[in-house]
Design a protein around this ligand. Structure first.
Ligand code: OGA
Ligand code: MN
Length: 298
C-alpha cells in the first residue's frame, strides 16, 4: 500500500479500532488523551473506556476541552453523585457545585498570598468527612505563563514500598482526620464553631482498600491529626514519617498545565498539592472545579 492509500484509509481504521483512548503519562501514575470531545454526550462504550482508564491510572488528563459548568457537571456525574451545593435553585443553578479556584482577590486581581493556602500542602480532598471526596476534577481556565503545577503522589506504590514490619505495624490503625488540626498545621484561619460542628474529627483507616481495585494504600495528608489509641507524640511521629516516605520523588507526578486541560484524580489512592512555582502576585491562575462524593473509607 502506498502512503496516499494509508492516509486515505486512516479515518475508517480509527472508528473500527478497539478503544484505547488513553496513553500513560511520563510518570508513576496517570494517562492522557487528546481524542475526546466532552462538550457532547459520550456513547456508552466511551464512558466505560474512561471509567476503566480512571480505575487503572487514577489520574486522567483530557486535552483541548472548554466545558461550561453544565457540561463539566454532566461529565463528572458519570463517576458518582456530585459533592457540594446540591439544592437546585429556581434559576437552575444546580451547576454552582462547579466552582472556581483562583489566586484572585474579590476585585479579580492576582494576589501573592492565595486565599486558600492549604492547597499547597499534601492532602486528599475532604478526608475529614465521614464520606470523603472520591474524585476531584479541574479544568484550566486561565494559566500563568509558567508553573502553577499540581503534584500527585501515589499512595498505593508508597504503601507497597514500605518495609514489611511497618506495613504490619500500621495495618488496622486509624488516623483521626480533623479540619481544625489542618487549619493549625497549614497556618490557616481557625474554623468556626459551626464548621467544627458540621464536620467533627473522624477516624479513618490509615491503610485503606480501594473499593474497585482491592489494593491497599496509605490514607494520610494534612488533615491527619493523630493515631487513635497511640500517644499523641508517637502518632504524630508516625504520620510525619509516613508522609515523608510517601511523597518522595519516586512516588510523585507533576502535572504541568496546558490550556484546555481537564484533569481529574482518585482521592482514594492519591495525595495532591498545588505548587507555588509562579509569580502569584502577578499572574492569574483560574481553574474550574467539581468534586464527586465518595463512600466511607474501609
Ligand atoms: C483542589 C486542589 C490543587 C491545585 O482543587 O482540591 O487541591 O493545583 N487543587 O490547584
Ligand atoms: Mn485539593
Amino acid at each position: 500500500m502506498n502512503s496516499l492509500h494509508a492516509q486515505a484509509a486512516s479515518p475508517a481504521d480509527t472508528s473500527n479500532r478497539p478503544i484505547s483512548l488513553f496513553i500513560p503519562l511520563d510518570g508513576i501514575i496517570g494517562a492522557e488523551t487528546d481524542g475526546l470531545d466532552l462538550s457532547r454526550p459520550l456513547d456508552g462504550g466511551t464512558v466505560e473506556a474512561v471509567r476503566a482508564a480512571f480505575r487503572d491510572h487514577h489520574l486522567l488528563v483530557i486535552r483541548n476541552q472548554s466545558l461550561d459548568k453544565e457540561r463539566m457537571y454532566r461529565f463528572a456525574e458519570l463517576f458518582g453523585p456530585i459533592e457540594g451545593h446540591m439544592i437546585r435553585l429556581a434559576d437552575g443553578s444546580k451547576w454552582d457545585a462547579v466552582h472556581t479556584i483562583t489566586n484572585l482577590d474579590a476585585a479579580g486581581n492576582p494576589v501573592a498570598k492565595p486565599f486558600i493556602s492549604s492547597n499547597y500542602f499534601w492532602h486528599t480532598d475532604k478526608s475529614f468527612l465521614r464520606e470523603p471526596s472520591l474524585l476531584t476534577m479541574l479544568q484550566a481556565v486561565e494559566l500563568p505563563p509558567n508553573g502553577g503545577d499540581t503534584q500527585f503522589a501515589d499512595m498505593t506504590a508508597a504503601f507497597d514500598a514500605l518495609p514489611e514490619a511497618t506495613r504490619r505495624r500500621i495495618d488496622g490503625l486509624k488516623s483521626v482526620q480533623s479540619l481544625e488540626f489542618m487549619r493549625r498545621y497549614t497556618g490557616s484561619a481557625p474554623p468556626t464553631e459551626d464548621d467544627i460542628a458540621a464536620a467533627p474529627p473522624i477516624a479513618h483507616p490509615l491503610v485503606r482498600t480501594h473499593p474497585e481495585t482491592g489494593r491497599k494504600s496509605l490514607y494520610i495528608g494534612m488533615y491527619s491529626s493523630h493515631i487513635e489509641g497511640l500517644p499523641e507524640e508517637e502518632g504524630r511521629a508516625l504520620l510525619e514519617e509516613l508522609l515523608e516516605h510517601a511523597t518522595q520523588d519516586r512516588f510523585v507526578f507533576t502535572h504541568r498545565w496546558q490550556h484546555g486541560d481537564l484533569v481529574f484524580w482518585d482521592n482514594r489512592c492519591l495525595l495532591h498539592r498545588a505548587t507555588a512555582n509562579f509569580e502569584m502576585g502577578k499572574h492569574r491562575r483560574v481553574l474550574m472545579r467539581v468534586v464527586v462524593k465518595g463512600s466511607v473509607p474501609e
